[in-house]
Design a protein around this ligand. Structure first.
Ligand SMILES: *Cc1c(COP(=O)(O)O)cnc(C)c1O
Length: 393
């Protein structure tokens, strides 16, 4: 028996444990201080009432013989796939029902999709990055090429014709940087992928945070994207499903490599290795797409957007360079006075009692940068920003 030695190549991530350790030590030494946490990548508002009602009703259905549900379709129930289909159609994107696959979240599918792609492919990954893209490819032993996201390109790298890649990861609005690609920029990526028969894996987990109607919320708003891109989305950040678990993956029929449709391979993979998302959760997710559900969700998203506006206002006051916050729950800021990101972390914690995430936890190019999130409490967010602007005056 031999283990998968690729796992030994993974770098241990000490980011969040180091943060937790430092915060706990500070709180222990200073029990009277109120620490404000702006490092979390999790939502804090509860599920909306329409979702909770649907979940409760579905649970009751499961408790009666005549409405009990056992195994469901691996790809998701038609009622939820239709809801997703309408959600896209309302943005002028036409999808066939069988192009939609219901999942237990975007993270699982972003990792699982690699099952149907050869380990010989070279992957192109932006740096800084959501660590899942890197680690899932290292586990499979794939060759990774990094593309620099930096202040010069607004943390939105564009294709470089000299770089050969078969699989390209794009996340917009981006975690950790909050930067959002324009349609023109995404068109460049689609053209690049089509010209070299490459596949784009597009993470749209934060699409619902886009307010500017000129910015794309789906890669399928771009001409040609159905021939080169898979899109991953999730109700986690949109509808507070981080602990409830439901997402969806779009694998277009037009996606064909070496005469083989990826949709067919993915269907085969899912029906073999996955038994679907629980009925109760799919009912809850469908309620999130209903008219009343959408209205309630929008209120929560507005709450986070208002937090983000307080944060961008404070950033402008400090004069520090930053990106994100306008169409995203993340603000990515340059640390003041040439500080390193851990140095700034310590300063924020010890002097201002505010916790954020050091940018270098997301890769080399995050050095000297810092991530703050808008998922916190309104008053705490305002208080943290006051402390920051006062300190940097
Ligand atoms: C939060 C997040 C997701 C969503 O993951 P789930 O598994 O659906 O909770 C996907 N991609 C990125 C970049 C994220 O930050």
């Amino acid at each position: 028996m031999k283990i998968n030695e690729n796992y030994l190549k993974l770098e241990e991530s000490y980011l969040f444990s180091t943060i937790a350790h430092k915060v706990a030590a500070y709180q222990k030494a200073n029990p009277q201080k109120k620490i404000i946490r702006m490092g979390i990548g999790d939502v804090t508002l509860p599920l909306c009432p329409a979702v909770v009602t649907a979940m409760r009703d579905a649970a009751a259905e499961m408790g009666r013989k005549e409405s009990f549900h056992g195994y469901g379709p691996e790809q998701g129930y038609p009622f939820l796939k239709e809801a997703v289909q309408h959600y896209y159609f309302s943005r002028n994107i036409k999808l066939d029902e069988h192009e939609i696959f219901i999942s237990d979240g975007a993270k699982s599918d972003v990792g699982n999709i690699l099952d149907i792609l050869s380990a010989d492919n070279t992957v192109l990954i932006p740096n800084p990055v959501y660590p899942v893209y890197v680690d899932t490819n290292l586990m499979a032993g794939r060759k990774i090429v990094y593309m620099d996201a930096n202040r010069e390109n607004g943390f939105l790298p564009l294709p470089d014709d000299r770089v050969e890649a078969d699989i390209i990861y794009l996340c917009s609005p981006n975690n950790p940087t909050g930067a959002v690609y324009s349609k023109e920029q995404l068109q460049k990526w689609v053209d690049y992928a089509l010209s070299r028969n490459a596949l784009i894996l597009f993470d749209a987990a934060y699409e619902a945070f886009v307010k500017d109607s000129a910015l794309p919320r789906s890669i399928y708003e771009i001409d040609g994207a159905k021939r080169c891109a898979i899109e991953f989305c999730s109700l986690s950040k949109t509808a507070g499903f981080t602990g409830t678990r439901c997402g969806y993956t779009i694998v277009p029929e037009a996606l064909e490599f070496d005469g083989v449709k990826l949709n067919k391979l993915w269907l085969r993979r899912q029906t073999t290795k996955f038994n679907g998302v629980p009925y109760v959760i799919q009912r809850a997710a469908a309620a999130a797409f209903s008219e009343v559900g959408q209205k309630q969700i929008r209120e929560n998203l507005q709450y986070y957007a208002d937090n983000a506006r307080i944060m961008t206002g404070a950033m402008k006051e400090t004069g520090l360079w930053f990106t994100g916050g306008e169409n995203s729950p993340y603000i990515w800021m340059q640390c003041p006075n040439g500080m390193g990101s851990w140095e700034f972390f310590d300063l924020l914690l010890n002097e201002l009692n505010v916790v954020g995430t050091p940018g270098e936890g997301f890769g080399e190019n995050g050095k000297g940068y810092f991530r703050l999130t808008a998922f916190g409490d309104r008053q705490d967010t305002a208080e943290a920003m006051n402390r920051l602007t006062d300190y940097l005056k």
